[in-house]
Design a protein around this ligand. Structure first.
Ligand code: ADP
Ligand code: MG
Length: 356
């Protein structure tokens, strides 16, 4: 197990990158604490797999260093780095039995057969493969084969980190839920450094203690699921995480304070002098109907079971509110308020860091 540091890292698949867009990964500086459960979350094409392959050594970075426990491994092969990696699609030896597939990474390292038997039994139990150990891998469904891939990633106990690249893509939805819970449980048991790549916020937020949100080759925020929800550092995090995402409304700034029309909006932060493209960000959870507040027109009510999503028009902008089933929607003269503790000013998409 190791602490992983990415220092001044950049990567381009081109020989001579020129524009910013030529870089699949822009400047990265991250420290992944030893033994943590991390998720790399972001939309397709944002650079998650590139980053994972740089950490495992399948790719060599165009610039910068990768360090394990402070020592550079940038020029080491994946074998030398002792990394287990589970890919998006199954990689199995079809002609071997499930048992032999799971045993493979251990046999490669000359582990004794009795320890292998014990580890394979444990991992088979975890991945729900116990009844199939003597079957040939070729006879399994895509689901089953991916469980073998997962098992192979988990079977070694001497790795620096286990990397998962969207490993549940081909797995059937209810098994997905079960396997995700098992990975989480496994992490708390063995406390191996685990990095889990996904584009699915639920997967990231349930698995990880620390989530790294990426967009267009950049890290936009590193934080706990609570941080990402309560204090998005970037409007991208605000709308990518949450369902529905954060309301983002263009506003005017006067003396550090935010205004919508002539109404001042109380916020948790202040805008720094001379900011441009100012916006107010507030999650639907922190908007409520009140007897006093901003006049709105209700445009849509969407009942989604345990709660309602209400859409209102505020000075020509759409704002969403999340309400409990029992809360009532005003029949006329609807007014809303934003909870000031969770309402913030953003400038050029970034959170203004100045406190009130
Ligand atoms: P993600 O895993 O988040 O979907 P990737 O890391 O696969 O993103 O891709 C990041 C960017 O790098 C994308 O623009 C993608 O097209 C590009 N890219 C990925 N792999 C290669 C490759 N082997 N050659 C050239 N470009 C690539
Ligand atoms: Mg990918």
């Amino acid at each position: 197990m190791a602490r992983i540091t990415l220092s001044n890292l950049r990567h381009s698949y081109l020989d001579n990158p020129v524009s910013e867009d030529d870089w699949a990964l822009k400047q990265l500086d991250i420290n992944w604490e030893d033994g943590g459960a991390f998720a790399l979350l972001g939309p397709s094409g944002c650079g998650k797999t590139t980053l994972l392959n740089l950490i495992s050594g399948l790719l060599v970075p165009s610039q910068g260093d990768i360090l394990f426990d402070g020592e550079s491994v940038t020029n080491q092969t994946p074998e030398e780095r002792h990394i287990a990696q589970v890919f998006q699609f199954p990689v199995v030896y079809d002609t071997m039995t499930v048992y032999d597939n799971l045993a493979f990474p251990l046999r490669n390292r000359k582990v004794s057969e009795d320890i292998i038997a014990q580890r394979v039994a444990e991992v088979a139990e975890m991945t729900d493969l116990t009844g199939m150990l003597n079957k040939r891998a070729s006879g399994l469904t895509a689901d089953g084969k991916q469980k073998i891939s997962l098992g192979r990633g988990l079977v070694r106990t001497d790795v620096n980190a286990i990397l998962f690249d969207e490993p549940l893509t081909v797995i059937d939805p209810h098994l997905k839920f079960q396997l995700r819970a098992k990975l989480k449980e496994l992490h708390s048991r063995v406390s191996n450094t685990m990095i889990y790549v996904t584009h699915d916020q639920t997967e990231a937020l349930t698995f990880a203690d620390t989530v790294i949100v990426m967009n267009a080759g950049e890290v936009v925020q590193v934080g706990t699921p609570k941080d990402l929800f309560e204090k998005p550092a970037h409007t991208f995090v605000g709308h990518f995480i949450g369902s529905p995402g954060m309301n983002i409304l263009p506003c005017n700034i006067d003396n550090g304070k935010a205004y919508l029309g002539s109404s001042q909006i109380k916020t948790d932060n202040r805008a720094t002098k001379g900011v441009t493209n100012a916006e107010i960000g507030v999650r639907p959870e922190f908007v409520s109907f009140e007897s006093k507040g901003l006049d709105v027109k209700i445009t849509k009510v969407n009942d989604v079971g345990r709660f309602k999503i209400v859409e209102v028009d505020l000075m020509g902008h759409s704002v969403k509110l999340l309400m409990g089933e029992e809360q009532s929607i005003p029949a006329e003269n609807a007014k809303i308020e934003f909870n000031p503790k969770f309402t913030r000013i953003y400038a050029n998409s970034h959170l203004c860091e100045q406190e009130r």
